[in-house]
Design a protein around this ligand. Structure first.
Ligand code: NOJ
Length: 537
C-alpha cells in the first residue's frame, strides 16, 4: 500500500493544514526486539507490533519509526545488515512487513524504517565477495588500505581498522569489526543502496530514519585525527562534505516518490551548528535528531542553552527542529533524572510543547526506567541494554509476553507501570502523554507556532507559543522548591504535570519540579461534545 495513510479520517488534523505532515507529527520509536512478541520466543516481532498498533494510536502518535528489522547476524542488534531487502526470521517475514505497513496505514499511522547506509554486516554477500580477493569486482565497495591510520571505532571496538589475513589489507569499520563501512564514493554502491530505498518506498513506507547520516563520507586523505588519538570514535564527529552529496542523492530519490516521504537523520554530532548543515538548502534531511537533550541531566541551564541554540541556529536556516529525550542507545531519561517520575512528567510537558517534532521512545509514555542487567545477562557489546527492556503490557507476569523468559529482563516496577495498569489510572504517565498529544494536535500554536522565551527565575524555563489567535504558555520549574513566575495576563492551567490536576486559574506559583501548560483564561473552551473521546487500545 504505497503512499500516505489510507484512511484520512484517522489522520491527524494537522496533516490537512500543511502538506509537510512531518512538522506536525508525533513520532513513536519502536525497538522491535522489545515491543511485543507474537510467537512466544521472548523476542519481539512484527506480528507483535501489529497486535499492539492500537496502543500507539490510542496514545495519539501518528508516525512510527521502527529500528532495523532486516536480516542480520545481530552483532549490533540489527544495525549489522546482511540483507537489506528481507526481514530477519527473528522478526518475521517480508509478508509480515507488508502487513505491518498496511495495518499501520489503515490506522492512520505513517511508517518510517531505519536505513543503515554507512555499513553492512561482514556477512553481507557484498562484503563476502569484497574480501574474497583483491581483484574481486566488489573489492572497492568497501574501504581497504595497506596501512591503518589512528581512526577509532565506536562501541569500544578500538581501532577502526581490521586486518584481513587472506588478502593482506585492512578494512574500515566505524563501529564493530562485524560492520564494515561501505565505500559511497563507488557509484555502484550508490546505485545498490538507492535500490534498497526504492525496494521499501515501493512497499509503501513513508520515509526513513538514517543511521549515522554524517558518516558515509570520509576524509579521502585518511589523515590521522587528534580527537581519535585522544580516544574518541570517529563516528562522534566525522563531518566530511561528501556525506552531503550522499544525502542529496537520497533526498532526490525520495522526493521522486509521491506522498511527502521524509528523511530523519541521525547526525550524532554534539554541535547544533554542524547538525544544521545536514538540512542542506532544503535538499538533504527533512529533519535531524538533536542530540544534546539525550544526554542532558535535569538542569535548567543545560536545557535553556540547548533550546535557545536550536532556536537561534535552526530558525534562520528554515530547518525544522526535533526533540527527543530517550532512545535505544542512551539511558532512559527518567533514569538519567535520578529515577524521578516527577521530573519525567515535567519533561513530558516540555517534550510535547517545544517547537519541533517530538520523538517518543517506546515505554517513556509509561515512565519506564532502564532495566537492571546482571553481568551474565549482558547482550549489547556497547553496554546499551538498559533502555532496551521489554514493554510490560499486562499487570501480571509475564506482562503480556508469551514466553517464560524474555531476551532482556523487564524494567523495574513492570507490573505497576504496565500499559494495563496505567490505562485504568487517569493520573498515570500514560494519560499525561495521551492528553499532551491530544492537546498538541488540537493546537496550531503548539504544532506550528512561534517560540518565545519568557522572563523567569533562573530555575524556571518559560516560553510562549503562538499561532494566529492560539496562544499557549509553558512553565517548567526545575527546582526542588516552589517558585513564583510573573506572567502578563490571566491564564488557566490546561495541563499539569502533577496529579493536582488542570482546569484552574494559574496563581503564578510553580510547585517543585512541576510543569504546566497554560492557555488564556478567557479563551472559549470546546464544548464537551466537540472533544474527542480517548481511545482505548
Ligand atoms: C546508531 C544506532 O542508533 C546504534 O544503535 C548503532 O549501534 C550505530 N548507529 C551503528 O549502526
Amino acid at each position: 500500500m504505497p503512499g500516505p495513510p489510507a484512511d484520512p479520517s484517522q489522520t491527524v488534523e494537522a496533516t490537512r493544514d500543511t502538506s509537510l505532515w512531518w512538522k506536525s507529527a508525533v513520532v513513536y520509536q519502536i525497538y522491535p526486539r522489545s515491543f511485543a512478541d507474537a510467537n512466544g520466543d521472548g523476542v519481539g516481532d512484527l506480528a507483535g507490533i501489529i497486535e499492539r498498533l492500537d496502543h500507539v494510536r490510542a496514545l495519539g502518535a501518528d508516525t512510527i519509526w521502527i529500528s532495523p528489522i532486516y536480516r542480520s547476524p545481530m552483532a549490533d542488534a540489527g544495525y549489522d545488515i546482511s540483507d537489506y531487502c528481507d526481514v530477519d526470521p527473528v522478526f518475521g517475514s517480508l509478508a509480515d512487513a507488508d502487513r505491518l505497513i498496511g495495518e499501520a496505514h489503515a490506522r492512520g499511522l505513517r511508517v518510517l524504517l531505519d536505513f543503515v547506509p554507512n555499513h553492512t554486516s561482514d556477512q553481507h554477500p557484498w562484503f563476502i565477495e569484497s574480501r574474497s580477493s583483491r581483484d574481486n569486482p566488489k573489492r572497492d565497495w568497501y574501504i581497504w588500505r595497506d596501512q591503518p591510520n589512528d581512526w577509532r571505532a565506536a562501541l569500544g571496538a578500538g581501532s577502526a581498522w581490521t586486518w584481513d589475513e587472506a588478502t593482506g589489507q585492512y578494512y574500515l569499520h566505524l563501529f564493530l569489526p562485524q560492520q564494515p563501512d561501505l565505500n559511497w564514493r563507488n557509484p555502484e554502491v550508490v546505485q545498490a543502496m538507492h535500490g534498497v530505498l526504492r525496494f521499501w518506498l515501493d512497499r509503501g513506507v513513508d520515509g526513513f530514519r538514517i543511521d549515522v547520516a554524517h558518516c558515509t563520507g570520509k576524509d579521502p586523505t585518511f589523515a590521522d585525527h587528534p580527537r581519535c588519538l585522544a580516544g574518541e570514535p570517529l563516528a562522534d564527529f566525522n563531518d566530511d562534505p561528501y556525506s552531503h552529496e550522499v544525502l542529496r542523492g537520497i533526498r532526490k530519490l525520495v522526493d521522486s516518490y509521491p506522498g511527502d516521504r521524509v528523511l530523519v537523520g541521525e547526525v550524532n554530532i554534539r554541535s547544533t551548528a554542524t547538525v544544521v548543515q545536514y538540512y542542506g538548502a532544503g535538499d538533504e534531511l527533512h529533519m535531524s535528531f538533536n542530540f544534546p537533550p539525550l544526554d542532558a541531566p535535569w538542569d535548567p541551564v543545560v536545557f535553556r542553552t540547548c533550546i535557545r541554540e536550536v532556536d537561534a541556529l535552526l530558525q534562520p536556516a528554515q530547518a525544522w527542529p526535533t526533540w527527543v529525550l530517550s532512545n535505544h542507545d542512551n539511558e532512559r531519561h527518567r533514569t538519567r533524572y535520578g529515577g524521578s517520575m516527577r521530573r519525567a512528567r515535567a519533561a513530558a510537558v516540555m517534550l510535547l510543547t517545544l517547537r519541533g517534532t517530538p520523538f517518543i521512545f517506546q515505554g517513556e509514555e509509561l515512565g519506564l526506567e532502564d532495566v537492571v542487567v546482571e553481568p551474565g545477562q549482558r547482550v549489547d557489546p556497547g553496554g546499551r541494554d538498559g533502555p532496551r527492556g521489554p514493554i510490560p503490557w499486562d499487570f501480571a507476569p509475564p506482562h503480556g509476553w508469551r514466553a517464560a523468559r524474555t531476551w532482556l529482563p523487564f524494567p523495574p516496577e513492570a507490573a505497576t507501570l504496565s500499559v494495563q495498569s496505567q490505562w485504568s489510572q487517569p493520573s498515570s504517565m500514560l494519560h499525561l502523554y495521551r492528553t499532551l498529544i491530544e492537546t498538541r494536535r488540537a493546537s496550531p500554536a503548539l504544532r506550528l507556532g512561534s517560540w518565545e522565551e519568557l522572563p523567569s527565575p533562573p530555575e524556571v524555563l518559560a516560553y510562549r507559543r503562538r499561532h494566529g489567535d492560539d496562544d499557549r504558555v509553558v512553565c517548567i520549574n526545575f527546582a526542588e522548591r516552589p517558585l513564583p513566575i510573573d506572567l502578563e495576563g490571566d491564564w488557566r492551567v490546561a495541563i499539569d504535570s502533577l496529579p493536582e490536576g488542570p482546569d484552574r486559574r494559574f496563581d503564578g506559583m510553580l510547585q517543585p519540579e512541576q510543569a504546566v501548560l497554560l492557555e488564556p483564561l478567557h479563551r472559549p473552551r470546546p464544548q464537551p461534545q466537540q472533544q474527542r473521546q480517548p481511545l482505548q487500545p
